[in-house]
Design a protein around this ligand. Structure first.
Ligand code: BGC
Length: 349
């Protein structure tokens, strides 16, 4: 009996492993190149920054499943935050003569050469979520990142009654979204009496830098009225620093991504707001557009954005501010489940 169970477990494992290597859902290079070369299916190469932040696994899963549904094969590569590795991955995709290369750029300013190489080889290039600068990509698809910052600024203006002293800890300075978000945030504060006392950046989006930034500020004996955080992961470390100083819940903290832990903090009262970006829309639309481009069509976009040198077609999606007030309406059942979000405040929802 035991032997039979063992055998069937083994068979199941083999089936699962074969499936993973065929679909390329894993992060490694597909081992069986022969299958890839013989296939007539559209080939999409997807080079991602890393999977450390919660959202990117969803981006990958939705993109891959939509592309597969449309008959394409996707080879997903994880650059693990290393620019040189990302460049090698794109070069590998060029060698493999992919139809379309989709990139979540680690450093928006470091890919123009390799993108040019891909374009010269007749491969379409899509900048996914983050713009690639001076590269004339065929398509940039993302949320309105300036609006992400505007929403943070508007929420803080309302919470603070238009005055106060705040500090800002942005994300990676090599991510063009950071420039856009911070630009939108500063614009939104114009005309108010809110002063930004200090601004920092979390290199490589390392949230621990947010912890140090806030701890150092508090150690100087200063207490800000609010802390603008580049994303929810940074906010998690900022709230940790506030907790250690018995200040959690007393200072308005912003973020973006609607990570589960951030939504929990919002209903618990230690984070004021986040910005929800419906990844389903982004990833599905990107997959549809990638497949259309592989077929030689160029889908229309309503916007363009200048990449520093060229105006590139921009498929722009709308982000939504989330506070305790609209958590149920915007997030529950759509992005996270109610029992997960309210896990630590049972009975209070
Ligand atoms: C994205 C954020 C994300 C961050 C870190 C940014 O480019 O817009 O949603 O949290 O990268 O991965």
């Amino acid at each position: 009996m035991m032997k039979e169970i063992k055998n069937s477990v083994l068979v199941m494992l083999t089936v699962i492993m074969t499936f993973v290597s065929i679909t390329g859902c894993g992060q490694a290079v597909k081992e069986n190149d022969a299958v890839e070369e013989e296939s007539d299916a559209i080939q999409i190469g997807f080079s991602m920054d890393s999977f450390l932040i919660e959202r990117w696994q969803r981006d990958r899963d939705i993109f891959v499943s939509k592309a597969q549904e449309l008959g394409a094969e996707v080879n997903v590569q994880n650059a693990n935050g290393e620019v040189s590795r990302q460049i090698s991955q794109i070069e590998y995709f060029i060698e493999k003569d992919m139809d379309v290369i989709v990139i979540v750029a680690i450093d928006g300013g470091a890919l123009s050469e390799v993108v040019e190489k891909a374009k010269k080889a007749g491969i379409r290039v899509i900048a996914y979520d983050r713009l690639i600068l001076d590269a004339d990509v065929d398509l940039y698809i993302s949320f309105d990142n300036e609006k992400v910052g505007t929403l943070m600024g508007e929420c803080l203006r309302e919470a603070l009654g238009d005055e106060g002293e705040i500090i800002c800890i942005n994300g990676s300075p090599t991510d063009n979204n950071v420039t856009l978000v911070f630009g939108g945030f500063q614009k939104a504060l114009q005309g108010s009496d809110i002063d930004i006392d200090r601004t920092g950046y979390a290199d490589h989006w390392l949230a621990e830098i947010g912890f140090e930034f806030v701890s150092e500020y508090l150690a100087e004996g200063k207490v800000p009225d609010a802390i603008m955080c580049g994303n929810d992961d940074i906010a998690s470390q900022v709230v940790k620093a506030l907790s250690e100083n018995r200040l959690a819940g007393q200072i308005y903290v912003t973020g973006q991504d609607a990570d589960l832990a951030a939504c929990q903090r919002i209903v618990e009262g230690t984070q004021y707001m986040t910005v929800y970006k419906p990844l389903e829309l982004l990833a599905q639309r990107a997959a549809e557009m990638a497949v259309a481009m592989a077929k030689g069509e160029m889908p229309e976009t309503e916007s363009v954005l200048n990449d520093g040198t060229y105006d590139v077609p921009f498929e722009k999606l709308d982000p939504v501010a989330v506070t305790k007030e609209n958590m149920d309406e915007v997030i529950i059942g759509k992005y996270h489940q109610k029992n997960e979000v309210y896990l630590n405040v049972q009975g209070q929802e």
